[in-house]
Design a protein around this ligand. Structure first.
Ligand code: SER
Length: 326
């Protein structure tokens, strides 16, 4: 497809943390009417609802996805609907159904309706015991211990299989923990790195559910959006990988994160009360090697920890002053 040929885009999980901002970026780039936002239950924000089309679907129900693909003449899907790691441990079979049946439905529709391209996100949750903790390479042992991680590994392999076997152009990145100020994440392990900023602004303190020495790869939302848009525009002949690109931006401990907040808010305090999410965090790498993404489609992040902290706090303070944070 020519780079500027008209696209008709469906975003699943558009009410979620990444989906909500991705939808707005896609509407900006490809025209609001060409980007259908969808969710399962959670009502969309006013911004999402008023800026373009919205429909309720359930990705685990193939007919509901098919209906909107037909109705809106969709040719490209950003498949963001998923159950994250912590909820996935509470409800493993819901996680399997949404993440696996949902993905297979979307891929099958992609083949049956000859869609142009599908974005299939993966995660740092693909790793577990046996993978190096530092600068984890693209190609290494994938033995996750969470149901979420199991579905992400299987999802990468399934999407790669559809590419090889059926010629369906699917692509995906392994997102690190994503930090943002528009929509809260729901039910993940890296949620502390978002919650800490909200509580810093609202209360001046945060009780963290992982230990202070916990280090995970993280990324600010504008970089995550850029990675998603850039990979989807990359010429297919440049790609040697398809659904399993490592992308890195920054890695920090919670102590370093709290220290970065203290540079702006010296009175900020953080206490620690690790829960079951600690074991999940401990099973994931500290930092990742994203050479393949840099080489194959020119990936490069813009935000480091302090730049992200300044932007997060400025935006959340503005919202707080406007009475928009509770
Ligand atoms: N942010 C996700 C989670 O914590 C990882 O992809 O579950």
């Amino acid at each position: 497809m020519a780079q500027n040929e008209m696209k008709r885009i469906l975003v699943t999980g558009a009410v979620g943390q990444i989906g909500s901002e991705l939808t707005m970026a896609l509407r900006e780039k490809y025209g609001a009417d060409n980007v259908l936002a969808t969710g399962r239950k959670t009502p969309p924000s006013k911004e999402l609802l008023e800026s373009g089309p919205f429909e309720y679907i359930d990705v685990a129900d193939k007919a509901s996805v098919e209906a909107v693909v037909d109705k809106y003449e969709i040719d490209t899907i950003y498949h963001m609907a998923a159950i994250l790691s912590a909820v996935g441990e509470d409800k493993p079979w819901l996680c399997w159904s949404v993440n696996m049946d949902g993905l297979k439905n979307v891929l099958d529709i992609g083949v049956e309706k000859k869609l142009t391209r599908i974005f299939v996100p993966s995660s740092i949750a693909v790793w577990g015991p046996g993978a190096p903790l530092e600068m984890t390479p693209n190609e290494t042992v994938l033995k996750p211990t969470t149901m979420y991680g199991v579905t992400k590994v299987a999802g990468e392999l399934l999407a790669d299989y559809y590419f090889k076997r059926f010629g369906l152009d699917c692509r995906g990145v392994r997102y690190p923990g994503i930090i943002s100020h528009e929509t809260l994440p729901g039910g993940g392990t890296t949620d502390y790195a978002v919650g800490i900023y909200y509580d810093a602004v609202i209360k001046g303190s945060y009780e963290c559910f992982v230990r202070e020495d916990t280090v995970l790869p993280m990324m600010y939302m504008p970089d995550a959006i850029k990675a998603t848009l850039d990979l989807m525009e990359a010429p297919v002949e440049n790609l040697k990988h398809h659904n399993d690109f490592n992308i890195a931006a920054m890695s920090f401990s919670v102590t370093e994160l709290a220290g970065s907040i203290r540079k702006v808010m010296p009175e900020f305090t953080c206490t620690y009360k690790p829960d079951s999410r600690q074991a999940i965090a401990d099973s994931w790498p500290n930092s990742i090697d994203d050479t393949a993404a840099r080489e194959e489609w020119g990936w490069k992040p813009a935000f480091d920890l302090d730049a992200m902290t300044e932007d997060m706090l400025a935006n959340l303070r503005r919202k707080h002053e406007a009475g928009l944070l509770v």
